[in-house]
Design a binder for this molecule. Structure first.
Ligand code: PMP
Ligand code: GLU
Length: 399
């Protein structure tokens, strides 16, 4: 074995495709290329002023010491109140663990419940990191695919068919990254009824796009009493409050899972940034009109991109009901060529679009849907109009 060999655990891990594509786009930009970045999913808005003011005050008030591993009591209280106010869910502060982003919360939960060989059901299309986190936990991904004809949502029959005696968890993301699909209360009820018959399964409900919803009130699978004591709700400030760089997420879980996550975090990262936590208190407990303003902007952009995408014959999209992604099928272009290069798959297509149209997207394979491509529309209307004009031209050149 060479001295420079990383562990098998890390060798088996794929790098984050969303972050990699975004980095490629930044590198091209740094070289002076006018790239429009539709690859990474993050709001283009600035963090609202009252939240920034709370962070400044935290610095002045000397919140510069280690925070409790699970988060400051006032933040956990604000989260408990948020869950009651927005979701009608009752929790105690002891059930809340604050982490460095929702990403860490998902990973904490998986590491705390999955034993080697345990199966985790991951509906596809899925967010890139889920399957990699399951691998880190030495679990086995059981991917259940839902195509565009079922609006990318799995059915209770599919769920039931995927369950075995080794099933330990289900990861459910609604509103979904990468499809923008939103499970209705009735659809969640159907899944909950199946889960109620399998008491060993924990549900990891990733609700980070809760507020970016175009069909009304957010519905959480945690609302069904028959499975309530087995649901871990993950959420945070990144998307709703335009705070991706502040790194604050949380999970709300049965106390035994929260305790385990706190133990893990205590040995691994400690409590997240003290300043960011104080900012997050202002986000959850302060005025909420900024959330609605940003949601409205995203809805306008959703309408715009659905219309613009409809003008490109080779792309077939659903109408996303939440989040800020469009996930069209693009396999009509596979096997075609332009400028001496052949597009064999979605990754080739994303690379072709980056290099010829200077529009950054992400191929669907990393999301478990190799016939699709992801476009994030969390950017200005002008950028979107220009990006789609470029996409239309570059795609029309493929023969
Ligand atoms: N879950 C999903 C579905 C996401 O899209 C993201 C965005 N990165 C996260 C979790 C992680 O969010 P955070 O930035 O709070 O870690
Ligand atoms: N969730 C965003 C995305 O999917 C951010 C990047 C990441 O964390 O993977 O693009």
């Amino acid at each position: 074995m060479s001295s420079q060999q990383v562990s098998t655990r890390i060798a088996k891990l794929s790098p984050s495709e969303t972050l990699a594509m975004s980095q490629r786009s930044s590198e091209l930009k740094a070289q002076g290329v006018d790239v429009i970045n539709l690859s990474v999913g993050e709001p283009d808005f600035f963090t609202p002023d009252h939240i920034k003011a709370a962070a400044r005050k935290a610095i002045d008030d000397n919140f510069s010491f280690y925070s409790p591993v699970s988060g400051y009591p006032d933040l956990r209280k604000a989260i408990v109140e948020k869950l009651k106010r927005d979701n009608g869910l009752e929790y105690t502060p002891a059930q809340i663990v604050v982490s460095n982003g929702a990403k860490q919360s998902v990973c904490n939960a998986l590491l705390c419940i999955v034993n080697p060989g345990d199966e985790v059901i991951v509906p596809a299309p899925y967010w890139v990191s889920y399957v990699e986190m399951v691998k880190l936990a030495e679990g086995k991904n059981v991917v259940v695919s839902a195509g565009i004809e079922q609006d990318f949502k799995i059915t209770p029959v599919q769920l039931e068919a995927a369950i075995t005696p080794r099933t330990r968890a289900l990861i459910l993301c609604s509103p979904s990254n990468p499809t923008g699909s939103v499970y209705s209360r009735e659809e969640l009820r159907g899944l909950a009824a199946v889960l109620a018959r399998h008491p060993n399964i924990i549900v990891l409900a990733d609700e980070i796009y809760e507020h970016i919803n175009y069909v009304g009130r957010h519905e959480s699978i945690a609302q069904f009493p028959e499975i309530r004591d087995r649901v871990v709700v993950v959420n945070g400030v990144s998307k709703a409050y335009a705070m991706t760089g502040w790194r604050i997420g949380f999970l709300a879980a049965p106390e035994w899972i929260a305790k385990a996550c706190s133990k893990l975090q205590g040995q691994y990262t400690s409590g997240p940034s003290s300043i960011s936590q104080k900012a997050a208190v202002a986000a959850f407990a302060g005025p909420q009109d900024c959330v609605e303003e940003m949601r409205k902007a995203f809805q306008r952009r959703r309408d715009l991109v659905v219309e613009l995408c409809g003008e490109i014959p080779g792309l077939k999209a659903n109408v996303p009901e939440g989040a800020f992604y469009l996930f069209p099928e693009c396999d009509a272009y596979f096997g075609k060529s332009a400028e001496g290069r052949k597009v064999e798959n979605a990754a080739d297509l994303a690379m072709y679009l980056l290099e010829t149209a200077h529009v950054a997207t992400v191929g669907g394979a990393a999301f478990g849907a190799p016939n699709c491509i992801r476009l994030s529309y969390a950017t200005s209307d002008e950028n979107l109009v220009e990006a789609f004009a470029r996409l239309k031209k570059a795609l029309a050149a493929l023969h």
